[in-house]
Design a protein around this ligand. Structure first.
Ligand SMILES: [Zn+2]
Length: 382
């Protein structure tokens, strides 16, 4: 991975390049970015840059022996520690048995999210985590001398999935890593990290991509037509993990429109029986689908606002347009942000393992309530 493959983020890249030039590379760096941002690709590009035998002022060379190994993620000084799980209970759960799969997934999509990773390792509803045993392994692996590069690199992906005991165990290593070692924590939810970890690391904030930057990446990754990439990037609001999932599962799109249409109509009509039925339909899907559905719902609601104010900017399929032309009159600036807020919250709950049935039904009732109050005010003007 080279910096050139990552669009935008010029300031961040400059900061990283500068640290190498000045020979002041922080030994423990916390990259915080939302799901589908460039946090992980940046870390890999940076490690590749540091290890490159022939780097320029701006980027790694991409062709030296070290870069070739980085490209395949098989450089012996590039270590990963990632959340995992498996069926049988064991105290020795650690990253190594999953490494091959991890490399394959990251090579396929370095912007992957936790749900794609869960799908890849096929652990169903089990939660992946970084075990206490793994913390011990991290320390052990960093105890070796670098094999080929001047530095060795440890990338801990989603350190918020680390057990407290394990997190405590690596504190000392974060504070004083072995010589010529750089530890990268790639984190989505810094509020879930121990304060003692935060205070021992140098913070790098990675912003979410804009939809147009995300579309560029999707287009380069998939070779699909630009308009499809733009559409997916806009629906996912620049979250590349989600946008990519949508592109790969485009047959789901019709199903999502159907559910969205019913959802809004049942909410509007306060049809509780029907809402319960579609709650079951929603709950039987995977978490990635559910998050995709909420992203889609937010997108459609944004489109209602455009339809009301700047219809020429709408990007819709014929079926979507025909529904929204009828339904957009129920949305206005007064309820738009409230309803979008409920859906955003619902999506965050799903991301944090909220119970899908409860989340969906609760959100449905909140939205119904907004419409009900409006209908009441319309028929009982003060
Ligand atoms: Zn190189």
């Amino acid at each position: 991975m080279q910096f050139a493959e990552i669009p935008g983020l010029t300031n961040l890249k400059q900061r990283l390049l500068h640290s190498v030039k000045e020979n002041r590379i922080p030994h423990a760096q916390l990259f915080v970015g939302p799901e589908g941002s460039a946090a992980l690709p940046l870390v890999i590009a940076f490690a590749q840059y540091v290890a490159c035998k022939n780097r320029t002022e701006e980027d790694s060379c991409g062709v030296c022996g070290s870069c070739i190994k980085f490209k395949k993620l098989i450089h012996p000084d590039l270590h990963f520690s990632i959340p995992v799980n498996w069926e049988k209970v064991t105290t020795e759960l650690n990253t190594l048995p999953f490494l091959e799969k991890w490399r394959a997934e990251v090579l396929k999509n370095p912007y992957l999210g936790i749900d794609q990773w869960v799908d890849a390792i096929d652990i169903g509803n089990k939660q992946p985590f970084i075990s206490n045993y793994e913390a011990h392994e991290i320390i052990k692996r960093l105890g070796f001398k670098a094999f080929e590069s001047e530095y060795k690199f440890m990338v801990i992906w989603l350190p918020e999935k680390m057990r407290v005991e394990g997190a405590n165990r690596i504190l000392k290593t974060l504070e004083e890593p072995p010589e010529k070692t750089i530890i990268f924590l790639v984190c989505q939810h810094p509020d879930e990290l121990l304060a003692t970890i935060l205070s021992r690391t140098q913070l790098m904030k990675v912003p979410a991509y804009t939809a147009s930057e995300a579309a560029q990446v999707l287009h380069a990754q998939s070779g699909l037509p630009m308009d499809r990439c733009t559409m997916a990037a806009e629906v996912a609001e620049g979250n590349l993990a989600q946008a990519r999932w949508m592109l790969e599962n485009s047959e789901e799109a019709d199903q999502q429109l159907e559910l969205f249409r019913n959802w809004m109509l049942f909410c509007y009509g306060f049809q509780v029986g029907d809402l319960l039925k579609i709650t079951d339909q929603f709950a039987k899907e995977g978490r990635e689908w559910q998050k995709g559905f909420f992203a889609y719902a937010l997108y459609m609601i944004r489109q209602t606002m455009l339809m009301n104010h700047q219809p020429q900017l709408n990007r819709l399929t014929t079926a979507e347009r025909s529904f929204l032309q009828k339904f957009s009159r129920f949305f206005h600036p007064g309820n738009y942000s409230v309803i979008s807020g409920y859906i955003n919250e619902a999506s965050a709950h799903i991301e944090r393992n909220g119970h899908p049935k409860i989340v969906f039904l609760d959100t449905s009732l909140q939205i119904s309530d907004v419409f009900r109050k409006e209908k009441y005010r319309a028929t009982n003007p003060t």
